[in-house]
Design a protein around this ligand. Structure first.
Ligand SMILES: [Zn+2]
Ligand SMILES: [Zn+2]
Length: 332
């Protein structure tokens, strides 16, 4: 099969993904072989490709927002039928026995596998996934539209949950890429006012088009104090600005897997019971709840589609803030 292979991490400007032939994967017990239709391009892929996340498998096929159809069932796999449309997320599988898994916090599992990082992902014509960690994809969305829901959407949703935002509240969103353009639709559905802080003026415009009450630069103070904040941009210097914009007792939730160093914080910005917390992965429950809500709202995704062979170009565009909404690779 054709796949985009990362042999060793390097800056995306050097086009490190090699579009090449690799052996077809074989479904083992409990696994599905999925014929990939579309795969979303996530900022985490950029961190994997550029080595900001230390390599865990090499070479590796990136991609963890996979939409495709079940092509083959491994032994003992019976949850889906051949041809069913499924989505494969970042959380590839968990151990099921560690203290976090047993406590219902499988997102914090001590021995997790991650799609497109510790195991091969969806920048390929076929990929494998354990059937228990795969989602049915709701009707009404094309494969390309559905793909960004699987990480940008689910992580954005968990970030909103952990921010503690309530109906009628004022929410700040820092960085307005794929995750933010989905999270704002959930927030609006919950009757939340959204203030968007993002460096790129095109992204500020997208935020306003999608119902933000205000949009400005990343360190600009919004015109109102915020009940909660979600930070999607991977820039540590945003954290002090976000805390300064926050009401007493509010939460800043950091939605990314990687962030540049956070500058020293003046304790006064955090005092008055403000909370600063990260968001790590998601549980299957988050994914199921979000996909149900996405179908109910219904969520619309803004996408820019690239052919699989152009994955390097998609990653370069993402790095340069040139994507309106989410980048998606069309595969078959
Ligand atoms: Zn575990
Ligand atoms: Zn992701």
């Amino acid at each position: 099969m054709k796949a985009c292979l990362l042999r060793s991490p390097a800056r995306v400007e050097t086009n490190p993904l090699d579009f090449t032939d690799v052996p077809d994967p074989l479904a083992q017990d409990g696994q599905l072989l999925v014929k990939v239709a579309a795969c979303g391009v996530c900022r985490t892929d950029l961190h994997v490709v550029e080595g900001e996340l230390p390599p865990r498998k090499s070479p590796v096929i990136p991609g963890h927002q996979v939409v495709g159809r079940v092509e083959k069932l491994g032994g003992k796999a019976g949850r889906f039928r051949l041809g069913d449309r499924v989505g494969i997320p970042w959380l590839h599988r968990t151990c099921g026995v560690c203290e976090y898994c047993r406590a219902g916090k499988e997102n914090l599992c001590n021995h997790p596998e991650f799609t497109g990082y510790t195991v091969d992902g969806g920048y390929a014509e076929y990929t494998l996934a354990p059937e228990q960690f795969v989602y049915p994809i709701p009707e009404g969305l094309t494969d390309e539209q559905a793909a960004p829901l699987l990480c940008a959407g689910i992580i954005g949703f968990r970030s909103l949950r952990l921010s503690g935002i309530e109906p009628g509240g004022k929410l700040g969103i820092y960085g307005f890429g794929a995750a933010a353009h989905l999270a704002i639709q959930v927030a609006r559905h919950w009757k939340v006012d959204v203030y968007a802080m993002t460096r790129d003026t095109r992204h500020q415009k997208l935020a306003l088009d999608m119902g933000a009450v205000w949009a400005g630069g990343t360190v600009e103070q919004p015109p109102a104090k915020l009940d909660a904040v979600v930070v999607f941009a991977p820039a540590g210097e945003i954290v002090p600005a976000a805390l300064k914009a926050l009401k007493k007792g509010g939460t800043v939730a950091l939605g990314g897997i990687h962030m540049s160093p956070i500058p020293p914080l003046d304790y006064n910005w955090l005092y008055q019971e403000r909370v600063l917390r990260s968001v790590a992965n998601n549980t299957r429950r988050d994914g199921e709840d979000f996909l149900r809500l996405a179908a109910e709202i219904p969520i619309r995704t803004e996408i820019e589609v690239f052919p699989l062979r152009d994955a390097n170009r998609a990653l370069n565009s993402l790095k340069n803030d040139a994507i309106r909404g989410a980048a998606v690779l069309r595969v078959n």
